[in-house]
Write a new protein. Structure first.
Length: 162
C-alpha cells in the first residue's frame, strides 16, 4: 500500500467544489485524513481567493492509476484539458507525494509547490509533520518552520467535517 498526499484547491464556487471533490476522493480512498481548509489569495495571477487543503490516504493503486483517477475527478468537476497553469480552477488535485518516489512522469514527484507555496506546505504540515521530503531530506514540519514568504497569506476557514 502506497502512502499518498494530494493537494486540493478551488476558487470557482470554492466551498461547493472543494467539498464535492473531497467527497469523491473519500469514495476512492476511504481510509483517509484531511487537513484544515485554508483560504489564500491567488498566486501567479489576479483572481478570486482559493480554498486549499491536503488529503492523505493509503492505496493499492499504482501512481499511474492515482494520477488518472485524479484527472478524471477534476474533469468531472468542470476542469478543462488545456487550462493555463495560473488561472481560476473549479477543482485542482495534485499528487504531492506517492510514498518517497522521485519522478517526473506522469506527475512531478515530489511536487515542486510543496516548498514554494504556504497553501500547500501548511496543511501538509498538519497531516505529515514527520514525513521526510525525499529531495530536501527534511521533515515537513522543518520545511514549514523554515518557510518564509510574507507575500503568501492564508487563514483557516470553517468547513464541513466529513
Amino acid at each position: 500500500m502506497a502512502q499518498i498526499f494530494i493537494s486540493l484547491g478551488s476558487n470557482i464556487e470554492k466551498e461547493k467544489n472543494l467539498l464535492s471533490g473531497l467527497q469523491t476522493l473519500i469514495k476512492h480512498f476511504p481510509n483517509y485524513r484531511h487537513s484544515s481548509v485554508f483560504e489564500s489569495e491567488a498566486v501567479g495571477f489576479t483572481g478570486s481567493n482559493f480554498y486549499n487543503s491536503v488529503f492523505a490516504a493509503h492505496t493499492p493503486m499504482s501512481l499511474n492509476e492515482v494520477y488518472t483517477r485524479l484527472k478524471s475527478i477534476e474533469y468531472d468537476h468542470g476542469r478543462r484539458c488545456n487550462e493555463k497553469k495560473f488561472s481560476p480552477r473549479t477543482l485542482d488535485l495534485d499528487i504531492l507525494f506517492y510514498d518517497h518516489l522521485i519522478c517526473s512522469s506522469p506527475a512531478q514527484l515530489p511536487r515542486d509547490e510543496i516548498t514554494k507555496n504556504a497553501f500547500v506546505l501548511q496543511p501538509l504540515a498538519e497531516l505529515a509533520a514527520d514525513f521526510i521530503h525525499p529531495v530536501e531530506g527534511k521533515s515537513i514540519a522543518q520545511l514549514w518552520q523554515e518557510y518564509h514568504n510574507p507575500s503568501q497569506k492564508l487563514w483557516k476557514v470553517e468547513f464541513p467535517k466529513l
